[in-house]
Design a protein around this ligand. Sequence first.
Ligand code: GLN
Length: 304
Amino acid sequence: MNFEYLIRDVYQKIKNIEDKGEIASYIPELSKVDPKSFGVHISTINQVNCGIGNYNEKFSIQSIAKVLALILAYRLVGDEIWDRVGVEPSGTAFNSLVQLEADKGIPRNPFLNAGAIVVSDILISNLRNPKEDFIDFVRSISNNTSLGYSNRIAQSEKEVGYRNIALCNFIKSFGQIQNKPSDVLDFYFDLCSLEMSCKELSELFLFLANNGLRVENNEAILSESQSKRVNALMQTCGFYDESGEFAFKVGLPGKSGVGGGIIAIHPDQYAIAVWSPKLNKKGNSHKGMIFLEEFTTRSELSIF
Ligand code: GLN
């Protein structure tokens, strides 16, 4: 498969389509990005690396970081994590509060804001210096010391984070948050402020296409079974109430963020990252979804 040719060809086709999405503006700093930015990068387990457009520009990965938080918590506490957070698609928006009342503070899955807040609580309980230890972990996976948080984005989200503050306190009222809500929220906002380029993102996530092993040196980030489970969760819950649509049209495990990024994994083949900041009504990159649909259709490779 000539991924290089395919990426360029699909990019040229999608580049000029009308972008019907809207930039996320509920976090003020996010709206400062150039709405026309559009980048793609693929990293394959056969060491093919190829990017086009703004693939080297760092952007706010937002909810994509929830996958990294889950992975570190899964490494630290193993299957105990599933006592605190479920593995079911929610069919609700990423920041919804509605199901938590009936579910007594157990979020449906780790990729909802509620789920990632619980995962943040688990990390705070199990790390000595959560903020530093987490970024060290992320850097070590891809051997990339340039990865970091954006204080500007974290601060901006903190100032308007009313729903997340409500979620954290609500979950705490059921006894399902162990630490101080303000500490958990600080960590959660830092987590969401992680910045990286499409190139860095696809390199970082490539181990999920390789049974949990880093491609360069076979170091295990997750066991084979854990890696399959994380992919299963991305397939069923990675796009909130558009997860079915993404599976139907793109057919790969993936995760989106309100910064306009999407990472998608083809097990045994590649990790691909797309960035285009304008979002559809479900909070997923409008052009990113269209690019990936066209890319997987044209590559004729499928996990199904
Ligand atoms: N930081 C964002 C929030 O909590 C993440 C949401 C997202 O990317 N879907 O609202």
